[in-house]
Design a protein around this ligand. Structure first.
Ligand SMILES: Nc1ncnc2c1ncn2[C@@H]1O[C@H](COP(=O)(O)OP(=O)(O)OP(=O)(O)O)[C@@H](O)[C@H]1O
Ligand SMILES: Nc1ccn([C@@H]2O[C@H](COP(=O)(O)O)[C@@H](O)[C@H]2O)c(=O)n1
Ligand SMILES: [Mg+2]
Length: 243
């Protein structure tokens, strides 16, 4: 899927951007239901990686690592145990790095996020994707383009005042480690300094569809629906309304 020099048809990608709590995940769920896209949230993929990484790390450690050590450090056993622990060390180091960066509201290096996105795209079997919360900075944007050679069809941008986003996040109650006032402030800063320039970049290419995200969920979705409805379908709906 989407590597340099591929002749296969490229998937359709829509980047879904907006500040923390602007409603990206909420609206993506509606788009999936109505338009058959697969929703990939970069933040959700990173959180899943932390969860599965620590679970797998612990499981491997308990089920495989300790028996190998107990086996008594002779010949091949000690060599296997050593390589095993070096491998586990790397996994746990990566997981801790992602966890810390999320807690600090920082942006994880692109190699990690793009790998997760590419795998999720391959596993989905679909060819239409809403990529939510990515690209988050210029490094994300340039790396994704270089690695996948995919240009987004357009960028859906949810525009929402900071006070409203803050209210929403503080009452979200999903147990996210970064949904506390200290991290929220850091995330807003990163959004203004690093993510908005990406929106501006795509705007200069005429690719941004800006939506007022401060309205109630249903009203926002009416606007989103119009953006995703193909032009000929809109003409049909208009004719039906007249007749
Ligand atoms: N238009 C809206 N009006 C009021 N509340 C909303 C609206 N859209 C979403 N919410 C609520 O606000 C919270 C944040 O929404 P959501 O998780 O979709 O935002 P997000 O942009 O994905 O945030 P993040 O970047 O932190 O993942 C949720 O509790 C959601 O139910
Ligand atoms: N491209 C990305 C996207 C997200 N992150 C990290 O995850 C955090 C949560 O993201 P949400 O979209 O779910 O709000 C975000 O604050 C970053 O720490 C990332 O590094 N790169
Ligand atoms: Mg989200």
């Amino acid at each position: 899927m989407g590597t340099a020099g591929d002749s296969e048809k490229k998937p359709t990608v829509v980047f879904v951007l907006g500040g923390p709590g602007s409603g990206k995940g909420t609206q993506c769920a509606n788009i999936v239901e109505h338009f058959g896209y697969t929703h990939l949230s970069a933040g959700d993929l990173l959180r899943a990686e932390i969860k599965s990484g620590s679970e797998n790390g612990n499981t491997k450690w308990e089920c495989l690592g300790l028996p190998l050590l107990k086996a008594g450090g002779v010949g091949i056993h000690s060599y296997q145990a050593l390589s095993f622990f070096i491998g586990i060390g790397c996994i746990l180091h990566l997981i801790t790095m992602i966890q810390n960066m999320i807690k600090e509201g920082k942006i994880v290096p692109s190699e990690v996020t793009i790998k997760l996105l590419q795998k999720a795209m391959q596993d989905s079997g679909n060819d239409k994707f809403l990529i939510d919360g990515f690209p988050r900075n210029e490094e994300n944007r340039a790396a994704f383009e270089a690695v996948t050679k995919i240009e987004p069809a357009f960028v859906l941008f949810f525009d929402c005042p900071e006070e409203e986003m803050e209210r929403r996040i503080l009452s979200r109650n999903q147990g996210r480690e970064d949904d506390n006032i200290e991290t929220i402030r850091k995330r807003f800063k990163v959004f203004l300094e690093s993510s908005l320039p990406v929106v501006e970049y795509y705007d200069s290419k005429g690719k941004v569809r800006k939506v007022d995200a401060a309205k109630p969920i249903d009203e926002v979705f009416e606007v989103v629906k119009a953006i995703f409805t193909p032009k000929d379908e809109k003409v049909k709906q208009h004719r039906c309304a007249i007749l």
